[in-house]
Design a protein around this ligand. Sequence first.
Ligand code: HEC
Ligand code: HEC
Length: 255
Amino acid sequence: MFGAEGDGDQKPNPHLGEPVTMDGKEIPAIPMESNPRQLKTSDACMGCHDQRNNPHGVPLCQTGNEYSVSHSKVNCLSCHMPVNDGIADHSMGGGHDMAMLQRSVVFDLSTEIIGDKVRASVYMKNQQPHSLPTGAPFRNIHMRLAAYNKDGELVWQSAKGHPAKSDPQAYLVYALADDEGKPASPPNATKLGKDTRLKPYEERTLVYDIPAADVALVRGELYYSLLWPGLVKKFKHLPEDLTSAKLIASAESSL
Ligand code: HEC
Ligand code: HEC
């Protein structure tokens, strides 16, 4: 920590107007000026949340770039540091904050009967000026759809368990790959994989044709996960709160 010269263990502070000596070296005075713009705009965040590359030049976190292409006029602070009771909230709610996650997306479901099928259209809208989900590439969202008969029994589902493989359109993720195109971890990735996340403000509709038989109700559920399914298996020692998929939105349609 910087401190005033001679202040116990603390290092000398070069920001007080005078040069200081540290470890035998003279450090010139580094004057500090207040910046009336930076802390009121997204600039306060961009220094760290713009594109971050790994050693192979593969961008890992891209929130800032996503935001730039959205041409949004809403700044980061209005969502991530809202003023509440006269105080700017510094908790930086994101992927760990249920209220933020629930507000992040519009999720709706409609059904129509077409011949011997029930067509279910699942609507999603990203409310953010950055991708959904954004931040670390581990973050992911998946959607599951299920159909029930009039007795409430499950008669059809879009995927058993996580849809990463069986229903890829329902998996929103920013994939990283190695030279052979296989999934890679952030430090080892040499190129980008597919980016299936919702772009800033994107609206997307996923369509499913369900064998109608005796469908009475269709229910869609949207889950947010902090970690990829593979990492969840690896990190079994982490608290359940960090590894479990969180239900952030649901919608139903009766026939
Ligand atoms: C000095 C660098 C730095 C600055 C400046 C900064 N951040 Fe971060 N922020 C980080 C790091 C590092 C993390 C943790 C890694 C991650 O989740 O991407 C993080 C995490 C977050 C998270 C995720 C929290 C969670 O639940 O995991 C949010 C949201 C966030 N920052 C928003 C902001 C906003 C908004 C600003 C501007 C007001 C900002 N940050 C400024 C470095 C910074
Ligand atoms: C309209 C509200 C809104 C605005 C504006 C906004 N965010 Fe977010 N942000 C969210 C929500 C909701 C989430 C959680 C869902 C997601 O990942 O998109 C989030 C997630 C994040 C995360 C990842 C959190 C995690 O746990 O990994 C980061 C980092 C972040 N935002 C940074 C920013 C930065 C930087 C800006 C400005 C350039 C910004 N956000 C603007 C609402 C917003």
